[in-house]
Design a protein around this ligand. Sequence first.
Ligand SMILES: [Zn+2]
Length: 453
Amino acid sequence: MFPVCFLQEAKMLNRILYNYIKIRRRHTFTVKELEQESLWKLKRLVRYAWLNVPFYSRKMRQAGLTPDEIHSLDDLAKLPIIPKSELMSQPKSEVLAHNMHLWNVLIRHTTGTTGKPSKIFWSNAYADYVTALRFVNTWRLGIGLNQKVMNIEFYGPQKIAPSKGYRVPNPLREVKKATIGPWVAPGLMSFRWKKLGFQRSVEEMVEEVIRFKPAGVFSRASYLRKLGKALESYAPRPEINKVLITGEIITESCKKDIHASLGSEVFETYGAMEFGSIGLECAAHDGLHLQPHLIVEVLKDGHKVGPGESGEVVITNLENTLMPFIRYKLGDIAVVGPSDGCECGSRLARLSQVVGRPQEVLVTPAGTRVYSREIIRTIERQVGVTDFQIEQNEAGDIRVRLPPCHGFEVIKSDIVHILKGFLGEGVPISCEVWNQDFRIPKYRPVFSRRVVA
Ligand SMILES: [Zn+2]
């Protein structure tokens, strides 16, 4: 048993280190070098999926294509776009590669407020790639490997966060493995990381932050705002140099708020359960650089849009061979970033912002989506409040939750007025007092349970 574990660990550490060096190097590549590498990997992926994944070979046959017809990155457009709902409704035997074992993989669950949760399978090698990517991302933020990072996330009310000790970093936490080896290595490597669950009180979190003294804190915007408020009264205020906002659409004013209360440099990130990290804001703060192993297309009516324009995000993952994602339509809307070189030196393509996630919308009676960034920005600007939640039910009616505050009635009617402006007069809107309980799973400022085709 022991030598087997050891072998697993050694292999994994080796892979993480190898990927770390490789991913770091890609930030020094020229556009041409990046494209050459992507093309080579794309050809490899398409051929692999054609041979081993029934779903893709069927799709390609239907489109009258063979892997030999991929000669350039533009040829990717010949392949069909796969909507999330289509891929997720397939039986696993259709979408998983036939030549891979299932005993040693990582299974992730997509959480959706609409639709069923579905399983995402990562090969062992891809899980290690993502772990390496996490270290590269941390380096990109300017946090050294010797500095401490605190991850504050929602565990769910049923799980108790440990008061002390280190936790295995995120992707591998859920890994279902036959050996104990792979569990140990990331724990050893990441002894400068600490994970906290948000179901503890803000005071307890503040204590943890003061005790741990992290150089960087990674969390959701709403949690960071609470933490910032609570830390304001502490003197001397703990020094948090960098803050990374994960998993939530945020506005510029929200970033400024967090910067003002925590005194940290604020970075935005973009990710999805299917891929892990997709994009990361760099030190030049001019958009989010896309990860080198993904081909991210931003499309409107099937055509690529130019810098400054918005469209639907379609992603091809060049690394995960167990469950390939080729031209996968995630459902997010993003704006393409500037195409000229970034000040930070990296030539990786950029998104200037992510406008909306699938459920983070409100839907008008006619079926048009209004994206959360637009709604949040308008409410922040015109009403001046940042703490609220707007939820739309399946039937289309809206519920606004507001914390008890001074001028509650005025704020309430202002928000109702704004929402009617977006959605039309006919939409029923109700308001309730909200005790700002963040114990609800995955707090989102705006979300809809209405399913739109
Ligand atoms: Zn940059």
